[in-house]
Design a protein around this ligand. Structure first.
Ligand SMILES: [Zn+2]
Length: 412
């Protein structure tokens, strides 16, 4: 068994160190906590510390010590796809898509669900809970069921039908809430303090967001430990962004990679509190948001995690931008046609933002760019194409096939 190199928890604001345990914030200043590992061991042993497939390949740098608590549905180990046709269409030399829609419940959230539910077991909890637009809810519900835990899933009333079906199948308790994420999360976060359930939300729990760090480890290892120049990550409250940036930093500090990729934070324009603050050089002002097609990015008040994203962007020469709903839907079709990858709007917002940044000459097209695609399109709800059918005989069928194929080259 690979042991965990997790050593302690450090406050990101005042630097105070606390022992490993179920803590959500710093005792001294209430700052957010991050896990710290024995990176000297990682430096000494290198990739030899990583064994087996999927997310738990990186168990050494995850905070779940007992192998019996490492709950899995086969998450992680997702493909890093070379996308030459899409690269050509966007005008960039080399483009890689990290396709996390191939996780067991079709979302990057499965990475955090594995470590969140693993930590719930580790700390003896019997129930989990999360407030979700759909993806986190179905993922936490599935992993909780897999671990034999009760799950109280609070789901957005406009969550897509496939996400609701999935949640109602896997959650022990599914509760639909009125309004958007921001409306419920403040209240729910107060209940977290009462320790009635294990916190599987995105706001504070350091054990939960740790799972997404494996994105950086996988991208680095799949690139032969020479990661891309730029990594574009989706940002709602910032969990994926922060975890990926931390992963690359650990790898650099342990000497496994030579330099950090430049991190780009991608938001939906209708929920762009962080991108706006970055552009204006100000602190984050929460915004009242309505609906965006990128359901998973619909957070107007990203809280302290949002401040953390902004700090990482400013300290490490990052970049933040957003894309309108129509641009996101256009990117969804573009990625599907150019590369055969069917991602949901939340998942493909990174490509819409990348397109904007390239058009605005804010990124160097000669660099190698990687965009994280965080969800499958198979859970999307949208207007169906026409179902009106045609009846054929052999002649009319041949005529149609010849007509369709004549005078056309290869697509793209
Ligand atoms: Zn502190």
């Amino acid at each position: 068994m690979v042991e965990s190199l997790a050593r302690d928890l450090v406050c990101i604001d005042c630097g105070a160190v606390s022992p490993l345990g179920y803590r959500l914030e710093c005792d001294k200043c209430r700052g957010l906590l991050e896990l710290r590992y024995d990176l000297d061991r990682l430096r000494a042993k290198g990739p030899a510390l990583f064994a087996g497939p999927g997310l738990w390949r990186y168990a050494a740098v995850l905070p779940v010590g007992d192998a019996a608590h490492r709950v899995t549905l086969g998450e992680g180990g997702t493909p890093l796809l070379e996308c030459p046709r899409l690269a050509r269409q966007l005008g960039v030399r080399r483009l890689l898509l990290k396709y996390d829609g191939s996780n067991p419940t079709g979302t990057v959230k499965d990475r955090t669900s594995a470590t969140a539910v693993g930590a719930a077991l580790q700390f003896g909890y019997t129930a989990t809970s999360v407030v979700s637009s759909g993806n986190a809810g179905s993922s936490i519900a599935a992993y909780s069921a897999r671990a034999g835990l009760r799950s109280l899933i609070f789901a957005y009333e406009r969550a897509s039908a496939p996400k609701l079906l999935h949640m109602s199948a896997t959650a022990s308790d599914l509760i639909i809430y009125k309004g958007v994420y921001d409306d419920l999360i403040t209240l729910w976060d107060r209940l977290v303090e009462e320790r009635l359930f294990f916190d599987c939300g995105a706001s504070r729990n350091p054990y939960k967001h740790e799972g997404k760090k494996t994105l950086a480890y996988e991208i680095a290892e799949q690139s032969g430990w020479a990661p891309p120049d730029v990594v574009v990550a989706p940002v709602a409250v910032g969990e994926t962004f922060i975890a990926t940036a931390r992963g690359f930093r650990e790898l650099r500090d342990a000497g496994l990679i030579a330099r950090l990729p430049r991190m780009v934070a991608a938001q939906a324009t209708r929920a762009n509190a962080i991108a706006r603050a970055f552009r204006d050089g100000t602190a984050i002002t929460p915004i009242k948001i309505g609906y965006t097609v990128a359901e998973g990015l619909a957070a107007g008040s990203p809280g302290r995690k949002g401040d953390w994203v902004l700090r990482l962007l400013r300290e490490h020469d990052g970049l933040a931008a957003d894309a309108e709903d129509q641009e996101i839907l256009d990117a969804q079709r573009l990625v599907a046609r150019a590369e055969g990858i069917w991602a949901g709007p939340t998942g493909v917002a990174t490509v819409a933002v990348l397109k904007r940044l390239l058009e605005g000459r804010q990124l160097d097209p000669a660099q190698t760019i990687c965009a994280i695609i965080s969800e499958t399109g198979l859970k999307t709800e949208a207007a169906l194409p026409s179902r009106e059918g045609t009846a054929f005989d052999l002649d009319s069928l041949r005529r149609l096939v010849v007509e369709r194929l004549s005078g056309r080259g290869r697509p793209g």
